[in-house]
Design a protein around this ligand. Structure first.
Ligand code: C5P
Length: 340
């Protein structure tokens, strides 16, 4: 019968036409990225995005932290993207409530004028609204590296170093521990009393607990005149000025109220770092969290018999923080690596 033969011939011709058209278009596009072929491709990608949505980030379906599914009400009720972890001049205004809470944290006796300090601060450090770039084009992977002794012998170094952002904190060190904790650090979160010098590639992220901490940052990057807060502090700090940022007090309060439900006196640096990552990254891997068998917050670089100090004083609620962290992992919002 001639009919099926004709069908086959038509199908073959159509296939050839499509192939030729695609090759010509591809060739043309490569030669002229500003031309109509390129526009056509862009349009095709956009069309495919709207037909097959890729989610709120570019990491692939089901891998974006901000993606809220129907059974995710616990996360959705807490995750509030209107709070930004990094303070800019515009975002530095604090509500009376937040200012009072923040000042209460370390009960400064005679705080300097907050807005004058902010004015001076942004003459010294950049005034940038950072990390507002989330969207289907971005897939930012982050490692939050706490200081727990469970990192010892973990061999997580390579895994940690493979992330885009590697966030460490306080007295964390890498030298001599690279196999377990990695080489790279992109962000180092600290407060004046826990400060360390940084290399040029690392962003200093100051968590301020009082107005004096903001003054310390200005001083440590310039004159060095502040050498004491409630403890002796570094007069000068080595850090790239253009990379310095300040953790927002409003965000700090949001973490405490919303994520810790007011447990502990205030969140630990590690928990603040975790929420920093949850609000700036698309995928978050967490390392170095967890007390030792006696409930002490031991460090990977020391045999720390005094490690339970925070727990004993009750400044942080280590158990509650750990449970929330575990819940985030159970809900596949983060990956929690428990070490050795
Ligand atoms: O001790 P330090 O505060 O410098 O450690 C950084 C953070 O790592 C802590 O704030 C805590 O969140 C986390 N950590 C932990 N378990 C440990 C030690 C630290 O979860 N054993």
């Amino acid at each position: 019968m001639p009919f099926p033969k004709l069908r086959k011939f038509q199908a073959l011709t159509l296939l050839l036409c499509v192939l030729t058209f695609t090759m010509v278009l591809f060739n043309y596009t490569l030669r002229d990225p500003s031309g109509s072929g390129y526009l056509f491709l862009k349009y095709a990608v956009r069309l495919s995005d709207s037909l097959f949505p890729r989610g709120p980030c570019g990491c692939g379906a089901g891998r974006c932290l901000a993606e809220v599914t129907e059974d995710d009400s616990w996360f959705a009720e807490r995750f509030n993207q209107s709070f930004h972890p990094v303070m800019s001049r515009k975002g530095s205004l604090l509500s009376d409530d937040t200012y009072r809470w923040w000042q209460w944290l370390q009960a400064e006796r005679q705080p300097a004028n907050y807005s004058e300090v902010i004015d001076r601060l942004f003459q010294v450090i950049p005034d940038k609204e950072l990390y507002l770039d989330s969207g289907p084009e971005r897939c930012r992977t982050c490692a939050v590296v706490g200081n727990s002794g469970n990192l010892k012998g973990s061999h997580y170094g390579a895994l940690i170093d493979a992330s885009d952002f590697i966030i460490r904190m306080n007295q964390a060190r890498t030298e001599g521990f690279e196999k377990d904790v990695g080489y790279r650090t992109t962000h180092h979160i600290m407060y004046p009393e826990s400060a360390v010098d940084l290399d040029n590639g690392t962003s200093l992220v100051l968590v301020p607990f009082k107005t004096l901490d903001l003054q310390w940052l200005i001083s440590a990057l310039t004159t060095g005149n502040i050498q004491y807060t409630y403890l002796p502090v570094m007069a000068h700090i080595k850090a790239s000025r253009e990379k310095v940022m300040v953790y927002s007090p409003s965000f700090f309060k949001y973490v405490y109220d919303t994520w810790l439900d007011g447990h502990g006196r205030y969140p630990s640096t590690g928990f603040l770092a975790l929420l920093f990552a949850i609000h700036t990254c698309d995928e978050v891997n967490v390392f170095g969290f967890g007390a030792d068998q006696y409930g002490n917050w031991h460090h990977y670089w020391e045999n720390n018999l005094e490690g339970g100090a925070f727990r004993q004083t009750g400044v942080h609620d280590g158990d509650y923080e750990y449970n929330v962290t575990q819940l985030l992992a159970d809900k596949h919002k983060i990956k929690l690596f428990k070490g050795s």
